[in-house]
Design a protein around this ligand. Structure first.
Ligand code: ADP
Ligand code: MG
Length: 738
């Protein structure tokens, strides 16, 4: 076993070893894990001429308007090989210095390299007449006809390198920081370091995926995969090595989920709820509508879970407006009829208040008390609610996080329902359950848990994120719903849109106008709700009643406004995105969203979901600036302009939340979509949830099979697997959840 510190490796020494240690590269194994972020290879290195043509064509392509998907990859790093023909330093403005270098290859086109930082370093590195690998994201400025790389990665290559490269060798590119560069750790040094440590380090890489799985899926073994990543004989070998690493990551994570699920299932004792529920039955009879068959089905699934004696751990997915609240309430009543309490938790105070209000309305005339616990309450209100909860007089509790603070003691908590689950993380879900357990005076029984989400999570993601949950889907909207008519309008058409809104209001309907910000922001020049509320009221709709709702208002005030809107005291509600989540006013049929190009796709879908909740035809107007179309072509950041266009068109085209979520995932990537940190997803180095959906499925099947056969991973052939999971936990890769 080698524990040779890196400083003794030839060409490293104490100074470079220190710089490497600063990047967490201390041992040969660390170096092994420092996998290349790309490869330079003859077939994929374009000439400057080809690059320029590619960039000008893709601009043309945008203008041709063929932007159905967000699939254009503007972010790809490109490597080229070229010779420096000129280096110049310039002073810009007062003290700002800039270094430019001109590079050329045999294709007759030149490009500029631009540097703003570490100029001394680059001045030394860039020598006229020398040849370099330049990697970065090139930009083409059509006005000046310039091909430019800002702060590219530059590596000088000598004749030997050029010769091997011309022979078809593949050069790995390692991530280099300025710290490494300053210490003289160049790409060459890294490659030579890898050459030296690789034979020994590979000996230390244990395989942990069971043999039969490797064979069944023709996966490379682990040591081989590392070798191919660092010293690939071909790009095909790189791809197979990457495939193996993807599988490894996904398999490991699915194994973690499978273990967690099996722990949930086996040892814990749940509350057995008798499915008979007079309160639920009576409510169903009082409802002004028929439950959809999807609603009935999921209620059945939930009540089966709750009567099984095992704690329920279920995700209820249903698009905006599919009627999740009534499902939750009916299940909560089932719990109440079993003499337990049920709590419904919402991510915002407005939504909690709205839920409390609708639950109370639905339960009017019954013996059931609903307590509300939110942050903005007075001491007295809170005390009263807490007493009712602790004493058991309140059977149903609605609240925000405040309902789980230390001073809240539940009498007999049987069910926790979390609404808009995507707003909470995996860890929080586990924490709530723990609190639920604590609340059972001494008796360690786990309450049932139902999490609801309107954000339709693409399948690959839900398998990954909620892999430990059972899933119920409401895949049907109430029958009388008509699809929301959605249109992108430009600002100059606003008067016509306002006139349309007026007509709707004359027919007794109501409308929302949403602005992105509360106060005018100089920086973004976005319209603000406050300012526009005034202007709309005085100039556009002087004869109508306009309400205002924004996030800076105290909770009681927000609640008052919402209540007034629900009771038709306002015709139009001017609001910020505080209304995004869950707000339910079925009489509202027009949603107008200003600066729509600035909003994310899921957010727009959520906002749009505030209308189309009743029997009337509803409309959504996505207002974009007039020059937006123009911007789309001429934007300095074409990717952004285009993504916005894709978002708006997707909404025009469909109201299907799942389809929208898939597009959103493509546009933004999963980390951004859910917030990697809060979502509890580990950061995968190889796997890409957007494109590796099938592999997720394969890894999941295998992982669950392993855990079903050997829940504790005690079998000798699973020893390495077990060890691997333990080391991951120690490294904090996965959040430890109950
Ligand atoms: P979401 O699933 O977005 O939370 P809600 O539970 O707020 O949706 O329901 C949206 C609206 O639809 C509410 O006004 C609710 O009362 C109503 N609703 C629920 N189920 C039905 C149904 N089966 N038929 C008609 N309307 C329904
Ligand atoms: Mg809801």
């Amino acid at each position: 076993m080698t524990t040779l510190p890196l400083q003794y490796v030839k060409g490293i020494g104490p100074k470079r070893a220190e710089a490497l240690a600063a990047e967490h590269l201390r041992t040969p194994l660390d170096v092994l894990n420092y996998v290349p972020r790309g490869y330079v290879q003859r077939d994929t290195v374009p000439t400057l001429h080809a690059l320029q043509r590619h960039l000008t064509e893709s601009t043309l392509w945008v203008e041709h308007d063929s932007i159905d998907h967000g699939s254009v990859d503007h972010d790809r790093e490109i490597s080229i090989i070229a010779t420096v023909v000129d280096v110049a330093e310039r002073v810009i403005g007062k003290n700002r210095k800039m270094l430019t270098a001109t590079i050329a290859d045999d294709s007759g086109v030149v490009a500029r390299l631009v540097f703003w930082n570490a100029l001394a370093y680059y001045k030394r590195l860039l020598v006229v007449g020398a040849t370099y690998v330049v990697s970065g994201k090139p930009e083409f400025d059509g006005r000046y006809h310039h091909l430019t790389f800002s702060h590219p990665e530059v590596e000088r290559i000598d004749d030997d390198d050029i010769a091997t490269y011309r022979n078809g060798a593949i050069l790995p590119k390692y991530p280099l920081t300025q710290g490494l560069r300053n210490a003289g750790v160049t790409m060459r040094v890294l490659r030579s370091l890898v050459d030296q440590i690789l034979p020994d380090a590979l000996q230390q890489v244990p395989e942990f995926i069971p043999d039969d799985i490797l064979r069944a899926h023709s996966l490379m073994d682990r040591a081989e995969a590392y070798r191919e990543l660092h010293q690939p004989p071909s790009m095909d070998a790189v791809h197979r090595a990457q495939h193996r690493m993807k599988f490894e990551e996904l398999f490991e994570f699915q194994l973690f989920l499978a273990r967690r699920q099996s722990e949930h299932k086996t040892p814990q004792k749940g509350l057995t709820m008798h499915p008979r529920s007079p309160h639920a039955r009576a409510l169903i009879e009082r409802l002004p509508f028929q439950l959809t068959s999807a609603q009935k089905r999921v209620i059945h699934e939930i009540s089966n879970d709750m009567s099984s004696g095992v704690p329920m751990n279920r995700l209820l997915q249903g698009d905006v407006g599919s009627g999740k609240t009534i499902v939750a309430l009916l299940c909560m009543l089932n719990v109440v009829d079993n003499t337990y309490q049920a709590v419904l938790m919402a991510p915002t105070e407005i939504l909690a208040e709205q839920h409390a209000r609708s639950l109370r309305a639905w339960l009017e005339g019954t013996d059931i008390t609903v307590a509300l616990v939110v942050g903005g309450q007075t001491k007295k209100q809170r005390q009263e609610a807490l007493q009712q909860i602790a004493g058991g007089q309140a059977q149903l509790i609605v609240g925000t996080h405040a309902a789980f603070e230390a001073d809240v003691t539940y009498h007999r908590l049987g069910l926790i329902v979390i609404d808009e689950q995507h707003r909470f993380g995996v860890a929080q879900r586990a924490e709530l359950r723990r609190l639920g357990i604590r609340s059972h005076d001494g008796e360690h029984v786990v309450p049932h848990m139902l999490v609801m989400s309107a954000t339709p999570i693409p399948r690959t993601l839900s398998m990954t994120l909620y892999g430990d949950l059972d899933v119920s889907v409401i895949n049907e909207l109430p029958s009388q719903r008509k699809p929301i008519d959605t249109r992108v309008v430009f600002e100059s058409y606003l008067p016509a849109t306002y006139a349309f809104m007026r007509e709707q209001i004359a027919q007794g309907r109501q409308a929302y106008i949403v602005y992105p910000l509360v106060e005018k922001s100089d920086k973004l020049e976005l319209k603000s709700a406050v300012e526009h509320h005034e202007q709309l009221q005085s100039d556009v709709f002087p004869d109508l009643r306009l309400g205002l709702l924004h996030g800076q208002m105290p909770w009681q005030e927000k609640d008052q406004v919402m209540r007034a809107f629900l009771e038709k005291e306002f015709d139009i509600l001017v609001a910020t995105t505080v209304i995004e989540v869950g707000v339910d006013v079925p009489n509202a049929t027009v949603m107008l969203i200003e600066n729509a190009e600035r909003f994310g796709l899921s957010q727009l879908h959520q906002l749009r979901g505030r209308v189309g909740r009743g029997a009337h035809q509803s409309y959504c107007f996505l207002v974009a600036k007039d020059h937006f179309r123009y911007q789309m072509r001429r934007n300095t950041d074409p990717a952004e302009g285009m993504k916005a266009a894709v978002r708006l068109r997707t909404l025009e085209r469909t109201t299907d939340g799942f389809e929208i979520a898939e597009v959103d995932l493509r546009l933004r990537g999963p980390g951004d979509l859910l917030g990697t940190r809060q979502s509890g997803l580990p950061e995968f180095r190889f796997a890409d949830l957007q494109t590796d959906g099938e592999l997720v499925q394969v890894a999941r099947t295998e992982a669950f099979r392993v855990v079903a056969a050997d829940p504790q991973l005690r079998r000798p052939e699973h020893a390495a697997l077990r060890q691997q999971l333990i080391s991951r936990f120690e490294a904090g890769t996965y959040q430890t959840v109950a």
